[in-house]
Ligand binder design. Structure first.
Ligand code: FMN
Length: 193
């Protein structure tokens, strides 16, 4: 898939097929993530890709609470779209059945130092991951609900206590259905002067 086509056609996927992502594909995605630009070329990220069913189930025990706690925030943000609220909280409970969940960490030595730049660097790596996945027909969803509800430290403790701060999760897997092609981007968000 051509890059611009991948950028324009990628959508967050919140329901996945019960089909594993081959290990070589996952390795290629993580390599692409690590080729993102980063402030001071610090490469402050660390990725832990969970693929074992027992790890994913362990994660779900925390996600159940996240899904309940984030609901009022979703109801406020999407008051016109109750179906979207239901869909998003259902997704959070089981990660839509995703066979892979990538935990994204900011490594400890960078968490205090120019944090904004380090976080932006990690975000660039995540976007690489999403696009490299979509190029291979692998869907994804970038998830911050866990860290926003304060469950980052608990998940870090479960899976990688020595890898710094958990900043995001990314689900990966083959989409259950084709994404909607509805235009969902706002107009008037740029100018050329
Ligand atoms: C930083 C960030 C955090 C996000 N957190 C969540 C989340 O917690 N749960 C979720 O369902 N989607 C989450 N998303 C996905 C957005 O809802 C989605 O990207 C946005 O609605 C645009 O839709 P699209 O990705 O299909 O183009 C997040 C996206 C970003 C960039």
């Amino acid at each position: 898939m051509e890059l611009t086509q991948a950028i324009l056609s990628r959508r967050s996927v919140r329901q996945y097929q019960d089909r594993p992502v081959p290990r070589e594909e996952l390795e290629a995605l993580l390599r692409a993530a690590c080729w993102a630009p980063s402030a001071e070329n610090a490469q402050p990220w660390y990725f832990v890709a969970l693929t074992r069913p027992e790890d994913l189930r362990l994660l779900e025990s925390t996600l159940e609470r996240v899904s309940v706690e984030i609901r009022p925030q979703l109801e406020e943000a999407f008051s016109q779209y109750p179906q979207l609220v239901d869909m998003t909280s259902a997704f959070l409970r089981r990660l839509g059945g995703a066979p892979v969940c990538v935990l994204v960490f900011l490594q400890r030595e960078y968490t205090g130092h120019s944090r904004d730049s380090m976080l932006e660097s990690a975000a660039a790596a995540i976007q690489n991951l999403l696009l490299a996945a979509w190029e291979r027909d692998i869907g994804s969803c970038w998830v911050n609900a866990v860290t926003e509800t304060g469950y980052g430290p608990a998940i870090r403790q479960l899976f990688a206590p020595d890898k710094g701060e958990l900043v995001s999760l990314v689900t990966l897997g083959y989409p259950l259905r084709k994404a909607s092609s509805k235009p969902i981007r706002m107009k008037d968000r740029w100018v050329i002067r």
